[in-house]
Design a protein around this ligand. Structure first.
Ligand code: PLP
Ligand code: COI
Length: 341
């Protein structure tokens, strides 16, 4: 792919081949060196545990090119830590934080020409993947693993960019069990979201908002992102045993405090949705995606935040501040950014 041929303005959130990916194998109880590959395929044993027993974890983070031409990667140590937590959660071999960060830096450097220009507003999405490759027929963890990272230049996750979109609650589906794998970034959670996600899309919603699976009483999160609501100068976001601890959400909570807002991480009963002034989704891919309306399809109820799709002022402030830090336009007072040189 000739990167001069990329129409950055039209770039959505899609996979694109780049020059290289990096790989690291776990064999005989230890991690090997980071290897560089220019192939987009992997050789896999048909009995690998990732294929049969879901021993698969992934991560998502982004790198940004600043006005100064420098490349900044956002909070990669947090992704490294979360991958370790996920590894504990589904018994994957644990990758050291330093190895994760070394691999992220390496894969960005190798694909530098794919980091979109500052003016494009696009970024380089970085997708680390950790899979059980050892062959097993009985249910149990593998003894061999492959960690790899590929990258892809991306535009906005939701096709209209920074615009408020509607989401729906579909009570016939759960994403993750209360004490299941919802807090880990494993493929199975996303498999569970495919049917409701595509039903939601068919009905014109950008995402599904899941309720807690046990009582169907509290707000959990969206298929690809965490949820937050804003009211009375307060940032409210769910506390739940079945949602992914989002690094973007963690960052927004800090920014909310910086803005002088109160932060509440607690259960959010569905009825409370009626009291928010603004609501949004947040995540690496979603960034800050304002929600214009939440429809509870089974109860025939709606909660409206924006009539014309215009993002609210607090969502806009979060979006602008987060992006300014990521692109290096605003001082990184919390030490969230690593410059790749
Ligand atoms: N929740 C889910 C289910 C996700 O897939 C993601 C994306 O990574 C998030 C939340 C947001 O997490 P983060 O902000 O760390 O990207
Ligand atoms: C991310 O935001 O990095 C995600 O993983 C969300 C989605 C693309 C699965």
């Amino acid at each position: 792919m000739d990167n001069n041929a990329i129409d950055w303005g039209k770039l959505g959130f899609q996979y694109m081949d780049t020059d290289y990916n990096v790989r690291c194998y776990y064999r005989n109880g230890e991690w090997g060196e980071i290897e560089v590959s220019s192939s987009n395929v992997i050789n896999l044993h048909m009995a690998a545990t990732c294929l049969h027993y879901g021993q698969e974890a992934f991560e998502g983070l982004k790198a940004f090119r600043g006005k100064d031409g420098k490349i900044r990667v956002f909070r990669m140590e947090e992704n490294a830590k979360r991958l370790q937590k996920t590894s504990d959660g589904i018994l994957l071999a644990k990758l050291p934080i330093e190895k994760f960060c070394e691999a992220v830096k390496k894969v960005i450097k190798l694909n530098e020409r794919f980091v979109p220009p500052y003016e494009s507003g696009c970024s380089l999405y970085i997708r680390p993947l950790l899979i059980g490759t050892g062959a097993k027929i009985g249910v149990g963890p593998a003894d061999e693993y492959l960690f790899m990272i590929f990258v892809s230049p991306v535009g906005p996750y939701f096709k209209d960019g920074f615009k408020a979109t509607p989401v729906c609650i579909l009570r016939g589906y759960d994403r993750a069990a209360p004490l299941g794998t919802g807090t880990f970034k494993v493929g199975g959670n996303y498999a569970a979201s495919l049917v409701p996600g595509s039903l939601g899309k068919q009905m014109g919603y950008s995402a599904v908002l899941y309720l807690d699976a046990k009582e169907k009483k509290y707000v959990d999160e969206c298929g690809p992102a965490n949820f937050f609501g804003i009211k009375n100068n307060t940032y409210v976001t769910p506390k739940s045993t079945s949602i992914l601890p989002s690094i973007t959400n963690m960052s927004l909570q800090q920014l909310a405090k910086d803005f002088g807002m109160t932060v509440e991480q607690r259960q959010i009963p569905e009825e409370e949705l009626a009291t928010f002034e603004e609501a949004g989704e947040c995540g690496t891919a979603a960034v800050v995606s304002p929600i214009c309306r939440i429809d509870d399809k089974d109860l025939n109820k709606s909660y409206e935040y924006s009539k014309d799709g215009k993002p609210g002022p607090i969502c806009t402030k979060f979006y602008n501040t987060l992006r300014a830090i990521q692109y290096g336009d605003m001082e990184d007072t919390h030490g969230w950014v690593t410059i790749i040189d």
